[in-house]
Design a protein around this ligand. Structure first.
Ligand SMILES: [Zn+2]
Ligand SMILES: [Zn+2]
Length: 338
């Protein structure tokens, strides 16, 4: 089969490799769609721990075509999405439900081969059937949508809470879609330029702020005069995190959903201490696939338009280049397979 392989940081190529066979407890999925994520670029650049050589790709959908255990045979032929978390299911962390803290935790697309390939091996326990009215491309986007759902859940966001989203990348925009679906109000999205904010406006953001042209702190005083109930940083940028801490209301919540790339950052502790803020980490998708796909199937969230560039696997360089340059109008490149 064809697979995009990162041999070592900075070295990526399209390879012909053997079709993998699923071990017991796993299935093989014929990939139908796999979206390129900004995180994959971090893997390519060597900024995230990964097992090289590696095929990246953790935002996928497809059809089960082989199983490792006879009792999983009923999955064959099913349209699916699924969790990327591979764990032991036996240790104390797994048994308590905190499986992401499993000592053997491995994630597909990082420690194990992912979906920039014709086939991917995934654990049966994480599978989720993709309803007929959700396309493969839309289904692949359940992964970033799940990150957004998990972020709002960890933030304790409630119906009619006010919300500020820092950043209009895929995760920021997924959080916007999820915040709208759950009935948050006066949702503000900010980004440096208008480029992505046009999309946020179309998706129903109540307000957008281009921080290169407008003063974020001053604008927010007008929109949420007493501060914001839930501020979500989806940038991982120091200045944005500092501002998030200033913009949350007294007793409000700041959720950190952006990857900080291992950088040390300065924050003013008193912004948290004096105002009794809750600051929560929200770095991953913790079993949110089923919820995400239900929102799509019920028509409460439609992010299919995120897939601005449908590409073939042979065009991987174009896809990676688009993801890096993020030209106007671009949101996501998605590999589509016959
Ligand atoms: Zn991703
Ligand atoms: Zn475990």
């Amino acid at each position: 089969m064809k697979a995009v392989v990162i041999k070592e940081p900075g070295k990526v190529s399209l390879e012909q490799v053997n079709i993998p066979n699923p071990p017991a407890g796993f299935v093989r999925v014929k990939v139908k769609a796999a979206a390129i994520c900004a995180t994959d670029l971090e893997v390519l650049d060597g900024n995230i721990p990964a097992n090289y050589p590696l095929t990246p790709g953790h935002e996928w959908s497809g059809i089960v075509d082989a199983v490792g255990s006879d009792e999983d045979a009923h999955w064959i032929g099913k349209r699916v999405i699924g969790s990327n978390d591979v764990v032991c299911l036996k240790c104390e962390a797994c048994r308590s439900g905190d499986w992401r803290y499993c000592k053997d935790f491995e994630e597909i697309g990082f420690k194990r081969n992912g979906a920039y390939a014709e086939y991917v091996i995934v654990p049966t326990y994480g599978l989720c059937e993709l309803p007929e009215n959700v396309s493969f491309v839309h289904g692949a986007l359940c992964e970033p949508l799940g990150v957004a759902l998990g972020t709002l859940e960890k933030a304790g966001a409630k119906f009619s809470d006010t919300c500020l989203i820092m950043g209009a990348g895929s995760i920021g925009l997924c959080i916007l879609a999820a915040a709208k679906a759950m009935g948050m109000k006066k949702i503000v999205v900010c980004a440096t330029t208008e480029k992505r904010l046009k999309i946020a406006k179309k998706m129903g953001a109540s307000y957008t702020i281009a921080t290169k042209e407008q003063n974020l702190i001053e604008e927010m005083k007008k929109i949420h005069p007493n501060g914001t109930d839930v501020v979500i940083d989806a940038t991982g940028i120091e200045e944005c995190i500092q501002q998030s801490l200033k913009l949350a209301r007294k007793g409000g919540t700041v959720a950190l959903a952006g990857y900080g790339r291992g950088k040390m950052m300065n924050i003013r502790i008193d912004d948290i201490h004096v105002n009794n803020l809750r600051v929560v980490g929200a770095g991953n998708n913790w079993n949110q696939h089923k919820k995400a796909v239900t929102l799509m199937a019920d028509g409460l969230v439609d992010i299919e338009h995120f897939a601005t560039d449908l590409i073939q696997i042979e065009e991987y360089e174009k896809g990676l280049d688009l993801a890096r340059r993020r030209p106007e109008g671009f949101l996501k490149a998605v590999f589509c397979y016959e």
